[in-house]
Design a binder for this molecule. Structure first.
Ligand code: ADE
Length: 252
């Protein structure tokens, strides 16, 4: 049976996934707890990604090497960069760039040395499935979040976006930095700290990878406001609902 790897960026998301798995068993490798079991009849391994590119790359490598996962999905939050990418929206990546990769003048800016490329693609089939699942969840956002939460975070009509996600070992929390990223990589929809690293590992192993990120902030001077509460009350619930819907659709 195909084994699906689920990497969650946040403890709250992982806890929600584990609560939905009836039979999870903990296996500790490289200081990480991998949870092996089933969810909606699918064989899954769920794990906290850890934060930053290297930590997430290690987690992904263990999932591929030790647990033999044949598809990998990442869920978490990101800062919105693209115009119209608002807090409470969801971005499903179609490709990834490490925005802090710079081996120039030896290699072009952003290119990962010896790969001949800066961009790593997300798997088209997985991403299309996740877009459908996200649309289904966002259509019914009030049921998943409750009307109070929707009102408190002013989440009027959350949308799903599909495009470039950029990753780097920085939490982007100033308008100056996010504006710089927008100028340098104009098609970037969102910024986070792991996706491009995991995409590179999955490229190395030729394993399909996709990522779903709820927009928690606009990567500007207000980026830290209510971050923990947003994760608890919005992002974790979206992640659980989207993954659950996705697995359910795959069964159908
Ligand atoms: N994850 C969520 N928001 C982020 C931001 N502003 N920068 C980097 N990673 C993030």
């Amino acid at each position: 049976m195909a084994v699906i790897g689920i990497m969650s960026a946040m403890q709250e998301e992982l806890a929600a996934v584990l609560a939905a798995m009836p039979d999870e068993q903990r296996v500790s490798v490289a200081g990480r707890d991998f949870w092996v079991g089933h969810w909606q009849g699918h064989s899954v391994v769920a794990v906290l990604s850890r934060i930053g590119k290297v930590a997430a790359a290690t987690t992904a490598t263990v999932l591929l090497e030790r647990f033999g996962v044949s598809a990998l999905v990442f869920t978490g939050v990101a800062g919105g960069l693209g115009s119209g990418v608002q807090v409470g929206d969801v971005v499903v990546a179609d490709s990834f760039v490490q925005h802090d990769m710079d081996a120039s003048p030896l290699f072009p800016r952003y290119e990962v040395p010896l790969y001949g490329r800066a961009r790593f693609a997300a798997d088209g089939v997985l991403s299309a499935q996740l877009i459908v699942a996200t649309q289904q969840v966002l259509r019914d956002a009030e049921r998943h979040l409750g009307s109070d939460t929707l009102a408190q975070f002013r989440l009027a009509s959350p949308r799903v976006h599909h495009g470039l996600v950029i990753s780097g070992d920085r939490f982007v929390a100033t308008s100056a930095e996010s504006q710089g990223l927008r100028l340098a990589l104009p098609d970037a929809l969102a910024v986070e700290m792991e996706g491009a690293a995991v995409a590179q590992v999955c490229h190395d192993y030729a394993v399909p990878f996709a990522a779903v990120r709820t927009i928690s902030d606009r990567a500007d001077d207000a980026a830290q406001t209510d971050f923990q509460r947003f994760i608890r009350e919005v992002a974790s619930r979206y992640s659980l609902a989207i993954l659950s819907q996705w697995l359910n659709n795959r069964q159908a």
